[in-house]
Design a protein around this ligand. Sequence first.
Ligand code: ATP
Ligand code: MG
Length: 288
Amino acid sequence: MVAMQINLHQVTADYQAGPIRSPEILKSISTTVKSGSFTAVAGKTGSGKSSLLKLMNGLLVPVKGRVSIGEIMITSENAKQSVKEARQKVGMVFQFPESQLFAETVEKDIMFGPMNFGVPEAEAKQIALEVIKRVGLDASLLSKSPFSLSGGQKRYVAMAGILAMSPDILILDEPGAGLDPKGKKEVMDLLHAWHKERGLTTLLVTHDMDDVALYADEVIVMDGGRIVFQDNPERLFADMAAIHQWGLDLPQARKLQIRIEQEANVTLSQICLTLAQLADALIEAGLA
Ligand SMILES: Nc1ncnc2c1ncn2[C@@H]1O[C@H](COP(=O)(O)OP(=O)(O)OP(=O)(O)O)[C@@H](O)[C@H]1O
Ligand SMILES: [Mg+2]
């Protein structure tokens, strides 16, 4: 496993369209994302979640401060070179990643990333075969046009293309957007399995607090372009006042726990994030 800590030091950033600069979007952000962690990023719409992730592969460059990704440091002065280096380490799955497909065949699409970073053609072909199987698609799809695939297949091909690059860091911006619950769970389970298998450092933007409960070992909450919370999910979901203030929801199991506690007039011994934890806590309290 590669050590890939991410560190932001007093990072300020905005968007620039020609001569026009947006107001400050990220306001002096400092944080460390631990190597190997699965960190969820939550917060209201417009709070700066996507912008935070864009800093990590150079889609957004700091105006002030610095972003470190392992040994690579991105600042406003060195952005051109450092962003290129960062892109080799950071794989990004956006909302609707299928919109990034472009090549004539699925195989060429998947091979493009590795070859762009110097992997020989024969080896890239081999990688394409491995990753298409890893995402659960049939190898016969490799010779098809990406545009002839179904929506779900396209999304898996896009994910295979990211996997083919062997990133050390995975940046996921609502990767399940627009899928039905079953499809979304399959995508999330696959991404979580890679995270574990490859010892990646993963950041996931999500509006779904059950994703936070199920997958994350750490949560960052953004509000108005600042990080207002960073700790484990149990601590976050214990604090109802904060949850309301930051416009968040609760995981299903935690909601149910609060209802049961009110109706039975008890307080369970732990903050329950999954139904399994809730069942255990109810048994322990003699309520089930
Ligand atoms: N390309 C852009 N140009 C100018 N302003 C932008 C651009 N992209 C985002 N912004 C602004 O930056 C702020 C943060 O946006 P960002 O996309 O990071 O929010 P978010 O937390 O990801 O929201 P959502 O949950 O809706 O995806 C918003 O005020 C938004 O209007
Ligand atoms: Mg966003």
